[in-house]
Design a protein around this ligand. Structure first.
Ligand SMILES: Cc1cc2nc3c(=O)[nH]c(=O)nc-3n(C[C@H](O)[C@H](O)[C@H](O)COP(=O)(O)OP(=O)(O)OC[C@H]3O[C@@H](n4cnc5c(N)ncnc54)[C@H](O)[C@@H]3O)c2cc1C
Length: 434
């Protein structure tokens, strides 16, 4: 690979391909290097993409046959105790009819391939089965390209965008980002369960390509700081669960045991009954929030997406932050091209752009949220059963006077979580999201 490129992008995920689309659109000579056999072959996520963020990159994505599985018209949050489930659901067809694909599910193997094809159509070169092993630097330490595992090895570029995901050994090896600490990432596992389309429609109460997301909290994570989810695809449901990596190490719970436990829960098993598991995959998630965002640029390089730890753990958003950061990195590279200056002096505008965008504004707003979860384990241990026991007591109809059953409900609650601890929890929760 003797040829010199204007921009080299490591990783054909949402961040890398978003940047490639914008750069190629403006005639920049851009190459994307992807270690997978094809874009998406090594990737997994829960499944929800956000139409407006994608629309900033490919405005006519629906006409271009973006492989949408289902449009999300209902978002559920469930809090599971050992046997019970408390749910909140918001359904509104405006999400599809007026807001047009606000959120929809996709499979990464299909979506990433489609997205990379859009970049190729605009003129980007997307090269797969190629691992970037290191960065090339000049004597002054400036990044001037990448080393790959191909026989024709090194590739020179005026600027390199690291969009290689949460694991990013490159960013860590180059000293741009500290090694990921187990307390700052989650390990998640996901299964794809095939079911006939009409069965999914019936079980989730939807039709005509509409779907549901269900975020699940409670003691399904065996006391570990984590969440689970079920999302509907056209002919399958994605079911997954994840928890903090250091919690996994401490509690010695195996991820597949957790997902099996989740699948057996009385609120979940009817949704997947008789389904056929077709895929099982594990992945990391950056959950450290704002405090773990590294320096985002330097001489000759920028970092975007999960590689820069841009993940909103409260709202479970990542792909949109990846797309937005890829887009803003591309805008900065375009400025640098115009000036002919790829030093951090010009590339620092990327940091400013991210600060002004929802990406860092949201992460900053929720900067206390990761430590809130770390310090309130009762959310995943005693509280679900306490709330469940209290509701069961109140909703049991017999001849007990209401005053007595309300007292008993409060007693059931306080026997599991002390009132002071509860007050603390509410106060800290409020502080972590305000
Ligand atoms: C279980 C789970 C559920 C999730 N659910 C959602 C959800 O529903 N909605 C949402 O918005 N977000 C979700 N996310 C987060 C979302 O997946 C990520 O935030 C998003 O994929 C980040 O995009 P990215 O382009 O930065 O990185 P990635 O998607 O990880 O892409 C990085 C790419 O770089 C490639 N690569 C890595 N190293 C190299 C190398 N050295 N050389 C060449 N190529 C390399 C990889 O193969 C990959 O293709 C979820 C994540 C997980 C793990």
């Amino acid at each position: 690979m003797e040829e010199k490129f204007d921009a080299a992008i490591v990783g054909a995920g949402p961040a890398g391909i978003s940047a490639a689309c914008i750069l190629a659109d403006r005639g920049v000579k851009v190459i994307v290097l992807e270690r997978g056999e094809y874009p998406g072959s090594k990737n997994m996520f829960g499944g929800v993409l956000y139409g407006r963020c994608l629309g900033r990159i490919i405005p006519d994505y629906a006409q271009k046959n973006c492989p949408i599985e289902r449009n999300i018209v209902e978002s559920r949050i469930s809090y599971l105790s050992e046997q019970g489930s408390i749910s909140f659901a918001y359904r509104d067809h405006a999400f599809f009819e007026e807001l047009q694909n606000n959120a929809f599910t996709v499979g990464r193997a299909k979506f990433d391939r489609w997205f990379a094809d859009q970049a190729r159509a605009k003129g980007a070169l997307v090269v797969c089965s190629t691992v970037v092993t290191d960065l090339l630097r000049d004597e002054a330490g400036r990044v001037i390209g990448v080393k790959t595992d191909r026989a024709d090895g090194d590739l020179r570029a005026k600027v390199v965008l690291l969009a290689d995901g949460v694991n990013s050994p490159l960013a860590a090896r180059s000293g741009f980002r500290p090694e990921v600490r187990p307390g700052k990432v989650a390990l998640a596992v996901k299964e794809l369960i095939a079911l006939p389309e009409e069965v999914i429609d019936e079980r989730f109460g939807v039709s005509a390509g509409n779907g549901v997301t269900n975020e699940i909290l409670g003691n399904v994570t065996a006391g570990m700081n984590g969440v689970a989810f079920i999302y509907t695809n056209r002919r399958s449901v994605s079911i997954g669960i994840g928890a903090n990596l250091s919690d996994f190490a401490r509690q010695r719970v195996r991820p597949y045991e957790m997902i099996e436990r989740l699948k057996l829960h009385p609120a979940i098993s009817p949704l997947i009954k008789d389904g056929k598991p077709t895929e099982y995959i594990a992945h990391w998630l950056p959950e450290g929030g704002f405090e773990t965002v590294p320096k985002l640029f330097g001489d000759g390089f920028l970092i975007a997406g999960d590689s820069a730890m841009l993940f909103n753990a409260l709202h479970r958003e990542g792909s949109n932050l990846a797309m937005a950061s890829g887009r803003l990195a591309a805008a900065t590279i375009l400025d640098a091209m115009e000036k002919g200056d790829f030093s951090s002096r010009t590339l620092q505008a990327y940091g400013a752009r991210l600060e002004e965008s929802f990406v860092l504004k949201d992460l900053k707003k929720y900067r206390r949220f990761p430590s809130f979860l770390e310090t309130h384990k009762e959310l995943f241990t005693t509280l679900p059963d306490g709330v469940s026991a209290a509701l069961r007591t109140i909703l049991t109809v017999d001849e007990t006077p209401k005053k007595t059953s309300q007292r008993a409900a409060w007693q059931a609650m306080r026997s599991r979580t002390a009132p002071l601890r509860l007050l603390h929890l509410i106060w800290d929760a409020w502080r972590s999201i305000r």
